[in-house]
Ligand binder design. Structure first.
Ligand code: GLN
Length: 534
């Protein structure tokens, strides 16, 4: 039997949580014992998300195999509880690049290369490759953007063709749209949903089910109206109203029969879903009452999605430790410009995360925060740039190397304690050339990080270009810095301060948050919260 496909489209506007609906759909199908994978289609022309500013697109999620992907892949991994590949993120840029490369090689010799059939064929091939490669029974495909966008058309057209080719029990369409509630009258409006379904039908796609996002549960009258206009039974219209946290959404949809309905429409046998662990996690999350103030020091703090995996990792660790992280966002550029007194803010927190980042702006603000956190013994976790700037701070203040810096911030620093290593110096293209993806990390026995993982070797994901300069390692160590993890090549992977000097001061060059899952929290985040609690 070939794979079955669930296409998930969006209507009315973006940002309404289609990624979470896709991830929830994946969980509900997987929990019935079917091998499931989820693909995100991003209709933009970038080949991958790696070159995009977090303010434009939120976090860049890094996969185990080093793909720089859309943040929705993070939701998929967290909900499915498994690693996905860079193949699970298809962009228009990737598809066009492949078609153009084929054209140059003469693969279409004699033909006029066109969107239909050449681009749509490429999309279909890509999807069936993923189905084969993963051995999935069900492939869920989230089409980014909103129905009606010019960029999305080739993907919708490919989906329509697959429906015709594979049949109605192999391809289903879930449409996620927004029903606003008017603030003046409190009325729930269905017209935008109706319009977006019409737009979908205009391109030849009849949705199998509708998931309606709204601030309030879908009223019976709204459900009837939407069903009528969408050519559906009211039982195929599901309410996806605002809830406290995204982990409740699969349960909300399941309680309305969404999972069983999709499975039946796909011609598969319905089974009792195994959601016990998930329910337990959600109950614990809802029941958390002990708040812990955690400072989040970064420079993209005005768009919280920039650090979504870290925020989620703190939630997972919070449930494990039994505390509710209450995040205190500190914009490091504001610290630098003297708009906030960082010491005052930090004096009120229980712990801090020095967030990852790039470039000069905001770096001195982070360094200032690190100094306070180190001197005042506040539990601190530095991620990637956070580790690098902790090394800079230590070099300046403890080792006494005045003007020490990362060459990313000051190319002329007298003490380049963080620098490009030879293999990064000649890199000219910025896309996909950082140190990316999971690689082995050897932990040093007796250190904090070792006690957290309890293993000699771990695999965490990377996304960075600069490294702690090996020439300065001895000096840093002489002055008390502990290098607690190494790459097999001898690069610094983690630093910490001795436990008799600081309760918890850990920096990781990797990003452990990418592998944090509701039921498998990430050890460094658990360590931070445990330390912050005491
Ligand atoms: N800018 C730093 C580097 O490229 C850190 C990157 C990060 O924090 N992800 O090495």
């Amino acid at each position: 039997m070939g794979a079955k496909y669930v296409f998930i489209t969006g209507g009315v506007m973006s940002g309404i949580g289609k990624g979470v609906v896709s991830a929830s759909t994946g969980l509900l199908i997987k929990s019935r014992g079917y091998k499931t994978t989820i693909v995100k289609v991003d209709p933009y022309l970038n080949v991958d998300a790696g070159t995009m500013n977090p303010y434009a697109h939120g976090e860049v999620f890094v996969t185990e195999d080093g793909g720089e992907t859309d943040l929705d892949l993070g939701h998929y991994e967290r909900f499915l509880g498994e690693n996905l590949s860079k193949n699970n993120n298809i962009t228009t840029g990737k598809v066009y690049l492949r078609v153009i490369e084929k054209e140059r090689k003469g693969a279409y010799l004699g033909k006029t290369v066109q969107i239909i059939p050449h681009v749509t064929d490429e999309i279909k091939e890509e999807l069936s490759y993923i189905a084969k490669d993963t051995g999935a029974d069900v492939v869920i495909v989230e089409i980014g953007g909103t129905v009606g966008d010019i960029e999305g058309l080739p993907f919708l057209e490919a989906a329509r063709q697959m429906y015709v080719e594979l049949g109605s029990s192999s391809v289903v369409f879930v449409h996620v749209a927004w029903a606003p509630v008017l603030s003046t009258t409190g009325e729930q409006k269905t017209k935008p949903v109706q319009h977006s379904v019409q737009e979908l039908r205009r391109i030849g796609i009849q949705p199998t089910a509708l998931v309606v996002r709204s601030p309030r549960p879908l009223e019976s009258e709204s459900r009837q109206k939407i069903a009528l206009f969408a050519n559906l039974s009211p039982s195929a219209v599901f309410s996806d109203h605002d809830v406290d946290n995204i982990y409740e959404i699969p349960l909300l949809l399941e309680s309305q029969g969404y999972g069983s309905q999709l499975i039946e429409r796909l011609g598969l046998q319905d089974r009792e879903p195994d959601l016990g662990g998930w329910k337990e996690f959600v109950d614990k999350l809802k029941g958390l009452s002990k708040p812990l103030k955690i400072a989040m020091v970064g420079k993209y703090t005005r768009l919280r999605d920039s650090y979504i995996s870290i925020v989620e990792a703190l939630k997972h660790a919070g449930v494990y430790v039994g505390v509710k992280p209450d995040l205190v966002w500190i914009e490091s550029t504001d610290v630098e410009e003297g708009k906030i007194n960082v010491n005052d803010v930090l004096s009120t927190v229980d712990g801090a995360v020095i967030l990852p980042g790039f470039g000069k702006r905001g770096a001195e603000g982070k360094i200032k925060a690190i100094r306070y956190l180190r001197e005042n013994k506040i539990p601190t976790l530095g991620i990637c740039f956070g580790l690098q700037l902790s090394v800079v701070e230590f070099a300046r203040d403890v080792v006494g190397l005045e003007g020490a810096n990362s060459t990313e911030i000051d190319p002329h620093t007298p003490y380049p304690v963080v620098d490009l290593l030879p293999w990064q110096r000649d890199v000219e293209e910025l896309g996909g050339t950082m140190r990316l993806g999971a690689s082995p990390i050897n932990l040093v026995k007796g250190t904090t990080i070792y006690s957290l993982y309890g293993r000699d070797t771990i695999y965490e994901r990377h996304r960075h270009r600069y490294e702690v300069n090996p020439k300065y390692v001895d000096k840093l160590v002489e002055h008390g810095l502990i290098i607690s993890a190494w790459s097999p090549k001898g690069l610094v992977e983690a630093i910490e301060l001795p436990r008799n000097e600081h309760p918890f001061f850990l920096g990781t060059q990797s990003h452990p948050e990418f592998k944090s899952r509701p039921l498998q929290p990430s050890p460094p985040y658990v360590g931070l919260l445990k330390a912050a609690l005491t």
